[in-house]
Write a protein that binds this ligand. Structure first.
Ligand code: OOB
Length: 532
C-alpha cells in the first residue's frame, strides 16, 4: 500500500480475496465496453449530459492529458468541483491513471484546502472558477502561497492566471494500470474532533462497496440516481451514488443544489428512481411535494443519512414522495448500515439499519470495554472489507482511533435491537453534527481564539428541531476587549478562509468558563445552562 497508509493484515486480505469481497475491479474502468441493456445516458445535468460512450472517451482523453501535464501515478490531487460533468470525467480519469483524488467539500475555503494540500502532499488543486460568491481562483492563490507541494492549479471555466481544466485533453494513450488493492481515492473524516483526517480507500474496497450497495438498493442499468448532495461526499459518491450507478450502466443526474425547486424538475425530466438526502432537507422536500406540479412518480427509493432522522418525519416520506424510505448510517471510514427496502415499517422508521456486508464485524462496547447487550447503549467498533485500518500519515494518532485488533472506534453511541438493527443515540467525539455536516469543535475553538481577542472559547452542540444539532460558542473576551458579536465572528472566519458552515449558530459572551475537577472546560454544565 501507499507509504503512510496502514494495510489490512495478511490473514484479512486472504479472506477478503478468497471470499470474493475483493476482486480485480478497478474503479472507473467499467464504462467500456458497454454491457447489454445499459441505458445510453450516463450523465444528466441541468443543461446537458453525456452518454456512456462519451463519458468513456472523455475520461480517456483527460487521463492522457493528466499524464501529459506531468502528473504520475500516486500523485495526490485535491478535487473541489460542483456537481457537474467535469467532476465525473476527472474522477474516472484519475482512477484510470492511479493518480489519487483527495475529495474536498464545496463549502471548504482556503483554510481547509490548505490543510488538505499539506496533509496529502498534493501536487495539484482542481476547482471551479467561481461558485456563488466565492472566486476559487483567489482561494488557489492563498493555498499556493501557504503550501509547498502544489505545482498545478486547474480551473473549470475561465482559469484566470491558472490552467484551464479543459486543457487536460490529449489523444488516448496506454494508461498505467493501477493494481486493485492500490489506494484509489481519499475521503475526509467527518467524525473526528480536529481538522479532517484523510481516509485512503482502495480500488478493491471501494468497488466492493459500490457493487454491494447497488445490489442492496436494487440499482441496475435502468436506474437513475440523483446526486442532490455534493457528490464528493461518500454518501452521494458511492452508496451506491454516482459511481455505483454508473458502474452498473445506469444514469447519474447531477443537481447543482439539493433544494426541491432545483431537484424536482430534474426528477421529472430524467425519471429519477433513487436519491439521497440529509435529514434537514427532508421536511423541505415533503412540504414542496405537497404543492409541486412536477411528476415525481418515477422515484422508488429515497435514502436519508448523515445524521439522525426523527421518526415522525421518517413516517411521512413514503406517502408524500410515493417511494420507499431507506435510512443509511454510514461513515467515510467505511462501515455502512442500511435499512432494507422490504423491512417492516417500524424498522425503517425507527432504526438506522444494519451492516451492508456479512463480513462487517461490529461490536457495541461499554465504557469498561466489555460487550453491551442488545438494547444497551455502547460505542460502535467495526472492521471489515471496506473499513480503513488507519488514517493517512497519521502515525501515532491512529492509536487513539483503532484498537489493537484493528477495529475502528467510530465515536458513535448506538444501541442494537434484538433483530440486529442499530439506533444511533449520540456521540462521544467532540463534533457537532449539523444535519449531516460535521463541525469539529476543537478546530472552531482554535479559529475563535486566533481571530478574536479572547481569553477562552468553548464550542459544543445544542439540540435543534430542524438540524438535529446546532453549534454554540461560549467565549470570554480579554480584559477590556470589546465583546464580539456573531457578525464579528462571521467576518473573522471569512477573513481566515474558513468554511461558512463552521461559523457558530449561536454566540454567548461569558465572564468565565466553568471548569471540571481536572481543569477542562465543563461543556456539559454550559449545555445544561443554555438549554434551560
Ligand atoms: C456520513 O459520513 P461522515 O463520514 O460524514 O460522518 C459519519 C458520522 C457517523 O460516525 C455518525 O456520527 C453520523 O455521521 N451519521 C449518522 C447517520 N449517518 C451518519 N448519525 C445518525 N444517523 C445516521 N443515519 O455521514 C455518511 C456516509 C455514508 C453514507 C451516509 C452517511
Amino acid at each position: 500500500m501507499l507509504e503512510g497508509c496502514v494495510a489490512w493484515p495478511e490473514s484479512a486480505v486472504r479472506t477478503y480475496r478468497e471470499q470474493g469481497y475483493w476482486n480485480t475491479d478497478v474503479l472507473g474502468t467499467w464504462t467500456a465496453p458497454a454491457p447489454e441493456g445499459r441505458s445510453a445516458t450516463a450523465l444528466v445535468t441541468a443543461d446537458g449530459g453525456m452518454t456512456h460512450a462519451e463519458l468513456d472517451r472523455a475520461a480517456d482523453r483527460t487521463a492522457a492529458g493528466l499524464l501529459e501535464a506531468g502528473l504520475v501515478p500516486g500523485d495526490r490531487v485535491v478535487v473541489q468541483l460542483p456537481n457537474d460533468v467535469d467532476l465525473v470525467v476527472l474522477s474516472l480519469a484519475l482512477f484510470r491513471t492511479g493518480i489519487l483524488p483527495v475529495y474536498a467539500l464545496p463549502a471548504h475555503r482556503s483554510a481547509e484546502i490548505t490543510h488538505l494540500v499539506t496533509s496529502s502532499g498534493a501536487v495539484a488543486y482542481v476547482c471551479a472558477e467561481r461558485v456563488l460568491d466565492c472566486d476559487f481562483r483567489l482561494v488557489a492563490r492563498e493555498v499556493l502561497d501557504r503550501t509547498e507541494s502544489l505545482r498545478h492549479v486547474f480551473v473549470a471555466g475561465d482559469p484566470g492566471p491558472w490552467t484551464a481544466l479543459s486543457s487536460l485533453d490529449a489523444d488516448p494513450v496506454a494508461l498505467p494500470a493501477p493494481e486493485p488493492e492500490d489506494v484509489a481515492l481519499f475521503l475526509l473524516s467527518g467524525g473526528t474532533s480536529g481538522p479532517p483526517k484523510l481516509i485512503p480507500r482502495t480500488h478493491a474496497d471501494y468497488a466492493y462497496q459500490l457493487r454491494e450497495t447497488a445490489r442492496l438498493c436494487g440499482v441496475g442499468p435502468e436506474s437513475v440516481y440523483l446526486a442532490a448532495l455534493p457528490a464528493e461526499h461518500n454518501f452521494p459518491l458511492g452508496c451506491p451514488g454516482v459511481l455505483g450507478t454508473l458502474r452498473v450502466g445506469g444514469t447519474a443526474v447531477l443537481a447543482p443544489a439539493p433544494t426541491a425547486d432545483v431537484c424536482f424538475p430534474l426528477i421529472e425530466r430524467a425519471g429519477v428512481t433513487i436519491t439521497s438526502l440529509v435529514p434537514p432537507l427532508v421536511p423541505l422536500w415533503l412540504d414542496a411535494a405537497g404543492w409541486t406540479d412536477h411528476d415525481l412518480s418515477s422515484l422508488r427509493v429515497v435514502q436519508v443519512g448523515g445524521a439522525r432522522l426523527d421518526p415522525q418525519t421518517a413516517r411521512q416520506v413514503p406517502k408524500a414522495l410515493g417511494c420507499t424510505l431507506q435510512q443509511v448510517y454510514g461513515m467515510a471510514e467505511g462501515l455502512l448500515n442500511y435499512t432494507r427496502l422490504d423491512d417492516p415499517e417500524d424498522v425503517i422508521v425507527h432504526t438506522q439499519g444494519r451492516p451492508l456486508s456479512p463480513a462487517d464485524e461490529v461490536r457495541v462496547v461499554r465504557e469498561d470495554g466489555t460487550e453491551a447487550e442488545a438494547g444497551e447503549t455502547g460505542e460502535l467498533f467495526t472492521r471489515g472489507p471496506y473499513t480503513l485500518r488507519g488514517y493517512y500519515r497519521a502515525g501515532e494518532r491512529n492509536l487513539a482511533r483503532f484498537t489493537e485488533e484493528g477495529y475502528y472506534r467510530t465515536g458513535d453511541l448506538v444501541r442494537r435491537t434484538a433483530e440486529g438493527n442499530f439506533e444511533v443515540v449520540g456521540r462521544i467525539n467532540d463534533v457537532v453534527n449539523r444535519g449531516g455536516e460535521k463541525v469539529p469543535t476543537l478546530e472552531v475553538e482554535e479559529h475563535l481564539l486566533a481571530a478574536l481577542p479572547l481569553l477562552g472559547a468553548a464550542v459544543f452542540a445544542l439540540p435543534d428541531p430542524l438540524m438535529g444539532e446546532r453549534t454554540c460558542a461560549c467565549v470570554v473576551p480579554k480584559d477590556g476587549a470589546h465583546p464580539p458579536t456573531l457578525r464579528d465572528v462571521q467576518a473573522a472566519f471569512k477573513g481566515r478562509g474558513v468554511a461558512a458552515y463552521k461559523v457558530p449558530d449561536r454566540l454567548v459572551v461569558l465572564e468565565q468558563l466553568p471548569m471540571t475537577g481536572v481543569g477542562k472546560v465543563d461543556k456539559r454544565a454550559l449545555r445544561v445552562r443554555l438549554e434551560a
